[in-house]
Structure formats: structure tokens, C-alpha cells
Design a protein around this ligand. Structure first.
Ligand code: PHE
Length: 338
């Protein structure tokens, strides 16, 4: 029995030296201390010993058991230290790696362009005004001197909410709403979203306009030209030329469409300007006397001019976009360039 205990001790200690992980250690623990383990077997066999032998073997067995327990504990500690070191190495952070840049948002090119346009007009003393996008026909058409049979009022062009309520097709109704509430002088710039039944390379059903209105005693057409020329020079550069072409709008008389010299070929003629050397950017004119009558202004006493332009159009010229629909695709590869 004594021999057996000694042998158990020697074998267990030597087996412990080749343990490399907690799983092996656990198997070894079971082999010696488990319910059917070797130490346990010895302890169970004690009952068969004689009275004299029992205390001697018992003492020895206890010694072997505590020695082995101690040895097992030591190996457990070594293993856990090793495991911790390995984990530290595995989890270590390489502080020399470049950091990930946070994604910064920025304004959409349409907003950036609108901001720049408003900044220019504010610099000329215009005040910002706004109005509703869901608009009464009266403000969108009637008060703007647009007769009931005008083609713009067609279902093909205008989005109707009810028989009398429309999605505004331009920002011009803001002129009426503002003049109804304010006496002249008026000098406003009105940015906003507008809606038309249109969809091709240069039209989207939702788009944006900036409206301008200046009303006072003795306002002349040449002042309109001066304001717009200053705008195009600030927006597109000092070399930019501008021309007025006669046109028709129900709410202005005389009316004009305004072109600028092509920003790509500077007037020589290219694909962007369809060979004409000019790019159309806006509509404008002197406020029609009937419009003044609708808002109770006396057309004998005061005059004014108005203009309206598409922000997408200005943005596409500014950035050289071949198709304005890219402004609405929300493709980050495109948007990140601005
Ligand atoms: N409202 C016109 C349009 O949408 C533009 C315009 C505004 C023309 C003011 C003249 C005066 O086309």
C-alpha cells in the first residue's frame, strides 16, 4: 500500500509536468481525484487495513494527497497566467495604425447653391420671404394674372390636390402673399420647392426656385438688368455676359428670358449650349399692372420688377452637370464631390 502511494505520487508529478492546457489538467485531476480516481481508490481501500496499519497509511495518504493537491494548484496558476499573457498579446491594440475618420455630413449641392444665391441677393438688400408649397389656385395663377384657360393650368402641367388647391408650380405666389401683407417698398427674395408634371434630363417633378421681387416708386427695367447682371457676375464670374430675349409671362410686361454666355465655351458654341454660345437661366420682367391691382397697389403710382430662376439649373451650370437628375439620385460618390 505504501509502495502504491509512492508510485501514485511519482507518476502524478511526472504527468503534471507535461500538461499544457486546462483541459488536460482537468482530465488528470479526474484520473487521480475523481470518483473512480487512483487516490480515491486508496482512500476507499483503507477500511480493509488492519488497525495498526491504518493510521500509518492514512497519514501517508493524506500527505500524498495534499502534496498532489498543492502541485495541481501550482499548475493551475501557471496555466492561467500563460492564458492571460496570450490574451493580452492577442488583444493588444496597434496604436500606430491610422485612425478611422468620422464621416462628416455636408450640405447638398442644391442647398449650397441656394445658400450662395441668397447670399448674393441679401448683399443687394433683398429680404428673404417664404410661402406654402400647397397653394390655392388664386395665388398660383389668378392673382398672377394667369387666365383660367392658360395652358400652364392644364392637368398635364400642374399637380392638383383638389379642384382649387395645387402644388405650387413656381415661387411667384409668394410675391402676392407678401404684397398683400406689406406696403411698398418691397424687396424680397423667396426660395422654395415647386412642383410640375415633368421628367427628363433637365426637369424633375420636384425642383427649387428662387423668386425675386422689387417694388417701389419709379423702379425701372434698367434696374432689373443691373441687379441681374450683378448676380450673374458674382455667381459665375466677372467675364460672364448676359442678354435679355423678349418673352411672355402673364404676370410681367414686358417680359424676358435671360441668358448668360456659356460657361463651358464662353460663347463660341459647344455641346453644353447646343452651339448657341448662350445658356438660359431665368425669367423676368416688369410687374404687370393687373398683379398690382390684385394686391391693392396703385399701378399709377408704383412700378416693380420680378424674376424667377431654377436652383437646379443654376447648380448644373455651376458644377457642369450633364443631367440634373443626378442631384436626386443620392449617390454618395457624386455628392461627396461638392
Ligand atoms: N414664375 C416664372 C416661372 O416659373 C418665372 C418668373 C418669375 C418670370 C418672375 C417672371 C417673373 O417660369
Amino acid at each position: 500500500m505504501q509502495e502504491q502511494l509512492k508510485q501514485i505520487e511519482t507518476e502524478a508529478l511526472s504527468e503534471l509536468t507535461i500538461i499544457t492546457n486546462p483541459r488536460e489538467l482537468e482530465l488528470l485531476r479526474i484520473k487521480y481525484f475523481g470518483r473512480k480516481g487512483r487516490i480515491t481508490a486508496v482512500m476507499k481501500g483503507m477500511g480493509r487495513l488492519s488497525k495498526e496499519e491504518r493510521p500509518i497509511i492514512g497519514k501517508l495518504a493524506n500527505e500524498v494527497r495534499s502534496k498532489l493537491t498543492e502541485a495541481f494548484n501550482q499548475v493551475t496558476q501557471v496555466l492561467s497566467r500563460q492564458e492571460q499573457e496570450q490574451r493580452l498579446i492577442a488583444e493588444s491594440v496597434d496604436i500606430t495604425l491610422p485612425s478611422r475618420r468620422p464621416q462628416l455630413g455636408k450640405k447638398h449641392p442644391i442647398t449650397q447653391t441656394a445658400d450662395r444665391m441668397l447670399e448674393i441677393f441679401r448683399g443687394m438688400g433683398f429680404q428673404i420671404a417664404t410661402g406654402p408649397e400647397v397653394e390655392h389656385e388664386y395665388y398660383n395663377f389668378d392673382a398672377l394674372n394667369t387666365p383660367a384657360d392658360h395652358p400652364a393650368r392644364d392637368l398635364q402641367d400642374t399637380l392638383y390636390i383638389t379642384d382649387e388647391i395645387v402644388l405650387r408650380t413656381h415661387t411667384s405666389p409668394v410675391q402676392i402673399r407678401f404684397m398683400e401683407k406689406h406696403k411698398p417698398p418691397v424687396r424680397i427674395i423667396a426660395p422654395g420647392t415647386v412642383y410640375r408634371r415633368d421628367y427628363d434630363v433637365s426637369h424633375t417633378p420636384t425642383f427649387h426656385q428662387v423668386e425675386g421681387l422689387l417694388v417701389d416708386h419709379r423702379v425701372t427695367f434698367s434696374e432689373l438688368k443691373g441687379v441681374l447682371f450683378s448676380f450673374v457676375q458674382q455667381m459665375f464670374g466677372e467675364q460672364t455676359r448676359m442678354r435679355f430675349r423678349p418673352h411672355f409671362f402673364p404676370f410681367t410686361e414686358p417680359s424676358a428670358e435671360v441668358d448668360i454666355s456659356c460657361t463651358v465655351c464662353h460663347g463660341k458654341g459647344c455641346r453644353t449650349c447646343s452651339g448657341t454660345g448662350w445658356l438660359e437661366i431665368l425669367g423676368a420682367g416688369s410687374v404687370h399692372p393687373n398683379v398690382f391691382r390684385y394686391v391693392n397697389y396703385n399701378p399709377e403710382e408704383i412700378t416693380g420688377f420680378a424674376f424667377g430662376m431654377g436652383i437646379e439649373r443654376i447648380a448644373s451650370i455651376r458644377y457642369g452637370l450633364p443631367d440634373i437628375r443626378v442631384l436626386y439620385d443620392n449617390d454618395l460618390r457624386f455628392l461627396k464631390q461638392f
